[in-house]
Structure formats: structure tokens, C-alpha cells
Write a protein of this length. Structure first.
Lengths: 183, 164
């Protein structure tokens, strides 16, 4: 922030028009060494509490992982999320307290590796599920009763009555099958 | 506020400040230490706190300060201030700090009671004009005017004393 901006903010402060956030910003700016005497008076008026609060917010915003455990959302729920959460809880996720850039880099690599593996596992599980639940036989084969009754020369009435008849046969067949199975 | 009045609300305050610590540190142990320190400081000064004031807002601000202090102490390489400085204050610095504190206190004594109340609500409790208005029932424009008058008086007095 330039001196001119600080001066404007001080004037706004003296007019009682600054918000608490602006006062925090001003308190941080006035921590510079060798500030004019007038600014020192404002620093004194803002007080330690405003400065402390400003530093608290600044520290929190500078380290996003500080203060809470982040679980990055995954598109696939279930097993993959479970694996990912376990990995995160075991310390393979984004590190909370590590300040060293090397540790952070290694942590991030492990984190992305675990995320990749868990995503692949989820895809495989979905594939396995679909494979298990695919009906046997040729899925492209359409049963005869679903085929169209349109033929050269047939009228709409013919088609309708023919389909009604086929439906009756089909219902009867199903009923018989059920009876047979329940025996 | 008397000590016994403070004791009644201490546990509720502790829960509030513990949340501030947890949000900052992410660890129960550090948050407990910061909460303990906050309650100790409030206990030390509770007799100077007006019982009708918003003590929760003050407690949260003090807790944030305690978190920052503890964070600085725990860091392997101390950087106590954003613009440098030493972690441990020298006797000279302690004396200067006491002197400026006294100077500010004397400047605040020049304010009318209402002005002082509003000044402290903004500076100590960190309340916004809206919050002060809803607490006191004073219109926002009047609050802004009174806070401005109070700040200007304190500012002029501080400047005068600094020049002496």
C-alpha cells in the first residue's frame, strides 16, 4: 500500500467511516518501521487487539491447510473416497503443520498418487459391477414380439389388432411361466 | 465485572475461544493452551470490563491475539512481527510500552462517557457500526459522528503528548 493510500485510510478512520476489516489492514500497514509521528499515534489508537486480529486472519489465509482438514471432493463416491480418506487420515494428504517446502512437495506427490490409485480402483469397481449385471446372451437380439407388424399392404387396424393379439399371448405365456415356477 | 460474575460465564467463554484456537491451529492441544491463556488474561482484567459490554466479542479478539503469540513462540525460527523485531522485549521496550499505554489511557480520560463507550466498542470489542447500533439503539449516523469526534480528540491529545 502506498503512503497516499495509507493517508486516505487514516482520514477515513478519523471520520469513523472505516470498517473493522479496513482497520485491520491499516494496523498491519502501520507496523512498518520509521513511520511518521502522526501515524504512530494512529497505530497506538488502533491497539494491539486490532493488530493481533489482523495477523490472525493473515496467518490463516496464508496457510489454507491450517486449521482444518480438507478433503478434496472426488467425482466417484464409495470405495475410492474411502481409500482416499484413509490415506488422508494416515498423513498422506495435504500436510497440516509442515512448513518445509520439500516436505510439502513430497506430501503433495504422495497425495496425488494416492488419489490417482483410488480413482482407478473406483473405475475398475464400477466396471466390475456393470460386467456382473449385464444380461446373458446377445443383447442386440430383439424378441420376436417386439418386432414391428408393419408389412407391405397392412393397415393400421391390422397392425393394432395383431399387436393386441400378440400381447394377449405374451401375457398368457408369462402367467404360465409364473405358475410353473411357483410349483 | 466481578470475579464471581466472570466465573459464571468462564466455561461458556472457554468453549467459544476454544473454537477460535481450533480453527487456527487445527490441533486440540494447541487450541487448549490458547484458550487457557485467553481465560487467564480475561480473568486478570475482568474487574476492568464493564459487565454490560459484549464480553464474547472481546474474548474472541483476545483469543486471536493469544493464538498469534503462541504461534510465534512455537515457530522454529522466530519472526515475531511482520516487519521484524525481537521476540523478547528489552526492559527499555517494556518501559516504552507502559508509557504509551498510560498516554493512551490519559487521552481516553478526556472523552465523554458516551464517546468513550463507543470508542471502546469499536477498538476493544471490534464491533461494527451496525452491531453497535443494534446493541445500543443509537442511530448509525450518530455512532459514526461520535466515534469520529472521540478519535479526533484522542489523536490530537496523543500528538500533543508525543511532541512533548
Amino acid at each position: 500500500m502506498k503512503d497516499k493510500d495509507i493517508e486516505q485510510l487514516i482520514n477515513k478512520y478519523l471520520e469513523g467511516e472505516t470498517s473493522p476489516a479496513e482497520e485491520q489492514k491499516l494496523a498491519l500497514e502501520l507496523q512498518r518501521p520509521d513511520i511518521p509521528e502522526e501515524w504512530q499515534a494512529i497505530r497506538l489508537m488502533l491497539g494491539e487487539l486490532t493488530l493481533g486480529e489482523a495477523e490472525y486472519d493473515k496467518t490463516l489465509s496464508n496457510s489454507p491447510s491450517r486449521g482444518r482438514t480438507h478433503y478434496k471432493p472426488l467425482a466417484i463416491e464409495g470405495e475410492a473416497t474411502g481409500v482416499f480418506r484413509v490415506a488422508t487420515e494416515c498423513g498422506y494428504g495435504p500436510t497440516k503443520g509442515s512448513e518445509s517446502p520439500f516436505a510439502t512437495l513430497v506430501g503433495e506427490k504422495v497425495f496425488f498418487f494416492v488419489r490417482f490409485i483410488s480413482s482407478m480402483a473406483a473405475v475398475l469397481l464400477v466396471g466390475l459391477f456393470l460386467y456382473q449385471h449385464t444380461p446373458n446372451g446377445n443383447v442386440n437380439e430383439v424378441p420376436h414380439y417386439y418386432t414391428s407388424n408393419f408389412a407391405a399392404g397392412s393397415t393400421l387396424k391390422n397392425v393394432y389388432t395383431s399387436r393386441q393379439h400378440q400381447e394377449k399371448i405374451l401375457s398368457y405365456t408369462r402367467f404360465k411361466t409364473m405358475l410353473y415356477e411357483n410349483k | 465485572m466481578t470475579r464471581s460474575e466472570f466465573e459464571h460465564i468462564a466455561e461458556r467463554l472457554r468453549q467459544k475461544v476454544l473454537k477460535v484456537g481450533l480453527q487456527f491451529f487445527g490441533s486440540q492441544e494447541d487450541a487448549e493452551d490458547a484458550a487457557q491463556e485467553t481465560i487467564e488474561q480475561l480473568w486478570r482484567y475482568c474487574e476492568q470490563i464493564d459487565a454490560s459490554r459484549n464480553i464474547e466479542a472481546l474474548a474472541i479478539r483476545v483469543a486471536k491475539n493469544c493464538c498469534v503469540s503462541q504461534y510465534r513462540k512455537n515457530r522454529p525460527t522466530p519472526s515475531p512481527s511482520l516487519y521484524g523485531g525481537e521476540l523478547e522485549s528489552t526492559p527499555q521496550e517494556i518501559l516504552e510500552a507502559k508509557d504509551t499505554e498510560r498516554m493512551l489511557e490519559e487521552a481516553l480520560d478526556l472523552l465523554k462517557p458516551r464517546e468513550r463507550q463507543l470508542f471502546e466498542m469499536r477498538q476493544l470489542e471490534g464491533l461494527s457500526v451496525d452491531e453497535i447500533s443494534s446493541e445500543t439503539g443509537i442511530p448509525k449516523l450518530s455512532i459514526t459522528a461520535m466515534v469520529s469526534a472521540a478519535r479526533k480528540k484522542v489523536f490530537i491529545e496523543l500528538k500533543r503528548r508525543m511532541k512533548q
